[in-house]
Design a protein around this ligand. Structure first.
Ligand code: FAD
Ligand code: DLZ
Ligand code: SF4
Length: 516
């Protein structure tokens, strides 16, 4: 008799995951299932679905090669029940299992559902901690306990201390500074070429999956053309090594830079692998530190990179589990507008937004500053309903899982959490985008103009945003400068900027909720 059915989810593709910890190769069955419920709870980008299914199939084959009994249910299996619960139910019945073991899922909706499985399936269901993170949910809750503000920087220092990453033996940070962010804000000169990109040609398994996804999910936002994600741990590792050699040395300098038609610049494109379990955050950080210790990359690059993973990634997960489910329902700035249609079509004459949307459709990828300061900034300034913004981000990126998407969007980008994550909104005018990119050179608008016909829409929208929320921001020292600048404007100028912002928003087309 089968002892334990071990359910492995599509983002749990790590050999050392807790659900496989005490695997009995003779008696246990590992269950993996491609199900409609997970492929459609939002209409994910087809490249994300293809990545997940292909990575699942490769992982299952690797387990089988070890002698593990794997029950793999394909999406087009005629008996597929369509949901994880249904597949778990079928598998325990088929094998007469004594227990179901699973590592906790990364999303609240599934964790809630699993809480009822024991009763539904009529056997013990053991939900284990996900130990792939540096910081457990309980340790984060301990850190947060009693604190007035939960700033990433404080958390990050604790994590540096507890892991010893980039630390001197005497407990000081290497280089005597915790954070070199000031050195990570350079614009990228036109003569600096981005390194060649690492990609993997689809093999037969991936090609099969691409065909399946094209048939079933081809109508979702995004294209499958040019699929080049790694789908095995070895290839993801090779992709990361490629980054360490070619991009890490200048990752710090150009972390915030953007360039039209250049999706990656010096970024790693490893979020998709880390979140699915193909890469380990610990090993990635250790490897980056090694590159610095061996003189292959400067400290501003390596500290900046490690901060993203050891700091931001762990911190957003902690916030998510600490604050859910109320967090998702917050709408601190009372934003209620529908999502502009161009987020789906790319049809806008704003060059920055057009490039970011088109790239997102093509790649299921955009780097941080594109997500935050172009796409997110516009949604913030326009006052788009947080639910619509979060839905969009969950759909379009291959690395999107709610535990990491929600705090980044809701908290960082659109300030819907009222300041849990960020002490001020990341609102910016066209000036910021002009400084950090070459987008404005390709745009019919002028980032230096405010009220003229060809004035960059971000400018009026920025001031309209500050005016709309002035009472909320009054007394926030980090908003003192824009509020003072606003006060120095003549009432006529304020009125004209407000009206220009209104007029621009009135002229946009908006997506019907549910249309995508
Ligand atoms: P790099 O710039 O090369 O950074 C390396 C790694 O650091 C990333 O792979 C990622 O694991 C980690 N990292 C960097 N910034 C963050 C961050 N703010 N939060 C968590 N991890 C971070 N990341 C996701 O994984 N999934 C999402 O759905 C997601 N949605 C986002 C939405 C918005 C509005 C914003 C502002 C950020 C979002 N991020 C998300 C964080 C970040 O933008 C992506 O992790 C990053 O762009 C992935 O590309 P990369 O691997 O090339 O990252
Ligand atoms: C993202 C995803 C997709 C598209 N499909 C599946 C699937 O068919 N089967 C599965 O086990 N997991 C899938 N996943 C990943 C899950 O959505 C993910 O485990 C949850 O969102 C929790 O993070
Ligand atoms: Fe974007 Fe404004 Fe620059 Fe055009 S001018 S690319 S809209 S920031």
């Amino acid at each position: 008799m089968t002892q334990t059915v071990r359910l492995l989810l599509g983002d749990q593709l790590s050999r050392d995951i807790s659900s496989l910890g005490d695997l009995d190769v003779e008696r246990d069955v590992v269950l993996m299932a491609e199900v409609m419920a997970e492929a459609t709870y939002v209409r994910h980008h087809p490249k994300k679905i293809a990545f997940v299914f292909s990575a699942m199939r490769h992982f299952a084959d690797a387990l089988k090669a070890e002698g593990v009994t794997v029950e793999y249910v394909r999406l087009d299996d005629p008996d597929n029940s369509g949901s994880l619960a249904g597949e778990a139910q079928r598998a325990v019945a088929r094998h007469g299992a004594a227990k179901l073991a699973v590592t906790e899922p990364g999303e609240w909706r599934l964790a809630e559902e699993m809480a009822g499985w024991q009763e539904r399936l009529g056997l013990p269901v053991e939900v284990r901690d996900d130990s792939r993170f540096f910081c457990s949910r309980a340790a984060f809750a301990d850190w947060a306990e009693g604190r007035k503000s939960l700033r990433m920087e404080h958390f990050y220092r604790e994590m540096r201390r507890s892991t010893g990453l980039l630390m001197e033996p005497d407990g000081k940070p290497v280089g005597d500074r915790w954070n070199l962010d000031q050195e990570n804000r350079k614009a990228i000169p036109p003569e600096v070429e981005a390194p060649p990109r690492h990609g993997v040609e689809p093999d037969a398994i991936t090609q099969d999956v691409i065909d399946l996804v094209a048939e079933r999910f081809g109508h979702h936002f995004g294209t499958l053309d040019g699929f080049d994600f790694a789908v095995t741990a070895d290839d993801a590792k090779a992709g990361f090594e490629h980054f360490v050699t070619h991009a890490l040395p200048r990752f710090g300098d150009y972390q915030d830079a953007m360039r039209l038609g250049d999706p990656l610049l010096f970024h790693a494109r490893i979020g998709v692998y880390l979140n699915a379990g193909l890469l380990s955050p610990q090993r990635v950080c250790e490897r980056a530190e090694q590159a610095w210790r061996e003189g292959d990359a400067p400290l501003n690059a390596v500290e900046g990179f490690i901060r993203q993973i050891l700091g931001w990634r762990e911190y957003v997960r902690g916030i998510y589990w600490l604050k859910m489910p109320d967090y998702a329902a917050r709408n601190a700035l009372s934003a209620e507008r529908r999502l502009p249609e161009f987020y789906w079509t790319g049809e806008t004459d704003m060059a920055c937004l057009r490039d970011c949307v088109e790239q997102t459709r093509r790649e299921a990828y955009a780097h941080h500053i594109q997500r935050l300061m172009v796409l997110g900034n516009f949604a913030l300034l326009a006052g788009v309903d947080p639910a619509a913004v979060n839905y969009w981000y969950m759909v379009v990126y291959a690395d999107a899982y709610e535990w990491v998407e929600l705090p980044n969007v809701h908290g960082m980008a659109i300030h819907a959490d009222g300041g849990v994550m960020a002490s001020k909104p990341y609102a910016a005018s066209g000036k910021y985008i002009d400084r950090m990119s070459d987008y404005c050179k390709h745009c019919r608008y002028d980032p230096k103009k405010q009220l003229e016909k060809n004035a960059c829409p971000f400018n009026a929208l920025y001031w309209r945003f500050i005016m709309t929320h002035r009472e909320t921001f009054q007394g926030n020292p980090r908003m003192a400068f824009p509020l003072k600048t606003l006060d120095r404007m003549t009432p006529e100028k304020r009125e004209a900027l407000h009206a220009k912002g209104d007029g621009f928003l009135e002229g946009l087309s908006y997506a019907e909720p549910g249309a995508w």
